[in-house]
Ligand binder design. Structure first.
Ligand code: CP
Ligand code: NVA
Length: 309
């Protein structure tokens, strides 16, 4: 059975720690001498994307290339996934050609189904409900900038979307506190809350409709777009509902004095965050995006069993 990376509920705290340790180690070695040992020489990563991407696609392509392997990119349309080609046949046949498949699509169920039939590791590169690679590399950014994870408070101001859900689980796995500030009706769905409390009994999943009180103890203030890919028809409604949830300087001033600002990107300046915040001194968006590469290198080594050396 190959090891997959589908959702963070599947991980144990020790695995999170060792993936982050490995990512930091790879980053330091790369940063020092540009050492790019070909630990995954000849290995091939398929990227199957049904939604647009900049960071995830490029960082995965760069990650496998740094490790000596290569990537092949296709859209679900190119494959005719689920139309020309049944998912089960895609999973079984693609497994004969490549060593891992990273997929970005709408349905989380489709990713799990792909993993059930694939003979190689399947990586979730974002679905409507999860963005585990993003959340894990964000832990790396927080650990690097604050120096620890345990006891750190992250306030997510915005939609209870894929990024927020993966972050909530990532925080629980690493001893962090998570708070969601969102308009009524945009909190986490009940099934997510149920899974969260059965997986992490005793860990509270705080939801608030008041951004100012939600960020009061925050070391990290995080936001994401108000309207995710696939929700374009709700854009107008969402813009008016989320208006009081914009991250601006007065809101940042309510967080802890050394609080950092994170955003998974892409961002809409003037919507979910003001220019002064996203381009200001508390914002770590560029090192945050850079860490996608380092985490994904660690993930590929972890899943493909490359010698860490
Ligand atoms: N943050 C992130 O996943 O960016 P892309 O959508 O550009 O991949
Ligand atoms: N919530 C956003 C994240 C993009 C990286 C989306 O799904 O569009």
């Amino acid at each position: 059975m190959p090891r997959h990376f589908i959702e963070l509920f599947d991980l144990e705290p020790g695995e999170v720690r060792s993936l982050l340790d490995l990512a930091l180690d790879l980053k330091r070695r790369g940063d020092r001498g540009g050492l790019r040992a070909p630990r995954l020489a000849g290995r091939i990563l398929a990227l199957v994307f049904d939604k647009p991407s900049m960071r995830t696609r490029i960082s995965f392509e760069a990650a496998i290339a740094h490790l000596g392997g290569s990537a092949v990119y296709m859209t679900g349309k190119d494959v005719g996934l689920g139309v020309r080609e049944p998912l089960v046949d895609f999973a079984r046949v693609a497994s004969q050609y490549v060593d891992a498949i990273a997929i970005r699509t709408f349905s989380q169920g489709l990713v799990s189904e792909l993993a059930r039939h694939a003979e190689v590791p399947v990586i979730n590169a974002l679905t409507d409900s999860d963005h585990p690679c993003q959340a894990m590399s964000d832990l790396l950014t927080i650990r690097e900038s604050i120096g620890r994870l345990e006891g750190v408070t992250l306030a997510f101001v915005g939609d209870g979307n894929n990024v927020a859900r993966s972050l909530a689980v990532a925080c629980a796995l690493s001893g962090m506190n998570f708070v969601l500030a969102c308009p009524d009706g945009y909190a986490f769905p009940d099934d997510f809350r149920r899974r969260f409390s059965s997986r992490f009994p005793g860990v509270s999943l705080v939801e608030s409709h008041d951004p100012a009180s939600a960020v009061a103890k925050a070391d990290v203030v995080y936001t994401d777009v108000w309207c995710s890919m696939g929700q374009e028809d709700q854009a107008e409604e969402r813009r008016s509902r989320f208006e009081p949830f914009r991250v601006d300087l007065p809101l940042m001033a309510r967080a802890r004095p050394n609080a950092i600002f994170l955003h998974c990107l892409p961002a809409h300046r003037g919507e979910e965050v003001t220019v002064e915040v996203i381009d200001g001194p508390q914002s770590l968006i560029v090192p945050q995006a850079a860490n996608r590469l380092h985490f994904q290198k660690a993930l590929l080594l972890h899943l493909l069993g490359g010698d860490i050396g």
